[in-house]
Ligand binder design. Structure first.
Ligand SMILES: CC(C)(COP(=O)(O)OP(=O)(O)OC[C@H]1O[C@@H](n2cnc3c(N)ncnc32)[C@H](O)[C@@H]1OP(=O)(O)O)[C@@H](O)C(=O)NCCC(=O)NCCS
Length: 159
């Protein structure tokens, strides 16, 4: 894909909640492709028991999902972000940032005060740029080094 068509693609980008079953299935496939296939894991391993009740946001262009992320309530005050991913050919163009910003808005709507996630070390800088700070030591999850990161949210009306 040329730079020109990339620019057009991003200009048409919508970042919003998932709307139907077709999008949900495409999102799971893409989640597997980006986050699990490179680890040698089979299709199906990209889903967990919390997906059915979680909030899923997608970055969509011309009906194609380019990236996605999930938010769920860990407690009334704490929201958990997981499965943040952008197709490799669309990374470093601000899509991941827009996905997290959308989840921050959704979390504030739910009166959530803190967002928490488990970041791969390779994505730590991405979350730091968005204001997240690291808590504790590095640990392995799926044989990949991770850290826990948190973001305190300003109350609604302040944003
Ligand atoms: C991490 C990820 C979601 C970021 O999405 P994105 O659309 O590329 O992010 P943005 O364009 O909004 O921000 C990019 C910035 O984040 C940081 N960043 C993003 N990916 C990075 C990586 N793999 N290594 C280091 N820094 C990274 C850089 O500071 C980058 O700035 P730059 O583009 O000027 O270099 C995306 O790269 C991705 O899907 N990676 C593979 C899956 C993954 O690791 N997901 C996170 C699991 S915790």
């Amino acid at each position: 894909m040329t730079n020109n068509s990339d620019a057009k693609t991003i200009a048409n980008l919508q970042v919003r909640s998932i709307e139907n079953q077709r999008e949900l299935e495409e999102m799971y496939y893409q989640r597997w492709l980006i986050l699990r296939a490179p680890l040698g894991m089979e299709q199906g391993t990209e889903q967990d028991k919390y997906d059915a009740t979680a909030l899923h946001v997608v970055a969509v262009c011309d009906r194609k999902i380019l990236g996605s992320a999930r938010l769920r309530e860990l407690s009334p005050d704490i929201g958990g972000i997981a499965y943040v991913c952008v197709l490799p050919e669309f990374q470093h163009q601000g899509i991941g940032t827009k996905l997290i910003q959308k989840l921050i808005e959704k979390a504030q709507d739910k009166q959530i005060k803190t967002l928490r996630l488990r970041s791969r070390i390779t994505a730590q800088e991405f979350y730091q740029r968005l204001g997240f700070s690291t808590e504790g030591e590095t640990f392995d999850y799926l044989n990949v080094p991770h850290v826990v990161m948190n973001l305190s949210l300003p109350a609604l009306g302040v944003r």
